[in-house]
Design a protein around this ligand. Structure first.
Ligand code: B12
Length: 218
């Protein structure tokens, strides 16, 4: 099986919520020395995109979404240790605190951004999902982060990204952090509107974005 066929099968396993199959294919990709990040981006994420579109059209329902997410996570249990093993022992380029905002429990995109930033040389503190603004700021203070990265997957939770920035201003902390945003409904226009320091469409974008922000700081 060539690389593209494997990615296609990985995507299909996610769509079908076939956990065992997803694990077996992830193991094959590791055995074939395929970059785990490529397998995530072109296989697993692609599968989530497909099921997501079906859900939007009414061709798939919530249980199928949950099964797909379980398939995604099953394959990640195989790929994540590979990403860890590849991590270069380089001087960390900066610390990023990442979380999904209040009211939003979508974790998959954030988890990918976390893995890719981590492999890209950043120290990442992942505070999970459904985080109130104040908690995000307290965690950033506690961990002495350079960057606060906010994920929102719903139009209804996008205002929570703005709230974090407003809170930072009120607390006199806005200048202390770079705030970057991302997630399905988010775009550059929204980032400009709420005064974020940057927007990334994908996990790969997030690395380039944080690198350029940190370069400006030093
Ligand atoms: C999987 C999924 C779920 C799963 C989540 C599982 C999990 N653990 O994450 C479950 C089933 C739990 C779920 C629940 C719900 N969901 Co849902 N879900 C999705 C779905 C299908 C895919 C999301 C996903 O994982 N995509 C794959 C990842 C890889 O992509 P991504 O998240 O976009 O992330 C990439 C980029 O955006 C970017 N990125 C992400 N974060 C960040 C952050 C930064 C800083 C940067 C730089 C970049 C970045 O990098 C990532 C990797 O490249 C989307 C539909 C879609 N097409 O997106 C709906 C969707 C997001 N869900 C939706 C809804 C409505 C819900 C529910 C309310 C459903 C319900 N009726 O109960 C609940 C919400 C619960 C809550 N309070 O949050 C809507 C939101 C609509 C809106 N208002 O905007 C969507 C768009 C579907 C739809 N069209 O109706 N969902």
């Amino acid at each position: 099986m060539d690389k593209d066929q494997l990615f296609e099968k990985l995507a299909a396993a996610v769509v079908d919520g076939a956990e065992e199959e997803a694990i077996a294919l992830a193991k094959t990709s590791v055995a074939d020395h395929i970059d785990p990040l490529e397998a995530i981006e072109k296989g697993l994420s692609r599968g989530m995109e497909i099921i997501g579109r079906r859900f939007e059209c009414g061709d798939a329902y919530l249980p199928e979404l949950l099964m797909a997410a379980a398939g995604f996570n099953a394959a990640m249990t195989v790929l994540k240790p590979e990403i860890e093993a590849q991590k270069k022992q380089i001087v960390k380029l900066g610390k990023v605190l990442i979380g999904t905002v209040k009211g939003d429990v979508h974790s998959i995109g954030k988890d990918i951004v976390t893995s890719v930033l981590d492999t890209g040389g950043f120290e990442v503190v992942d505070i999970g999902v459904d985080n109130p603004s104040l908690k995000i700021i307290q965690e950033a203070e506690r961990s002495q982060a350079d960057v606060i990265a906010l994920s929102s997957m719903m139009t209804t939770t996008m205002p929570a990204q703005r709230e974090v920035i407003e809170r930072l201003k009120e607390m006199g902390l806005r200048e202390k952090y770079f705030v970057i945003i991302g997630g399905g409904p988010v775009n550059q226009e929204w980032a400009d509107r709420i005064g974020a320091d940057g927007y990334g469409k994908s996990a790969i974008d997030a690395v380039a974005l944080v690198k350029s922000l940190m370069a400006g700081k030093k």
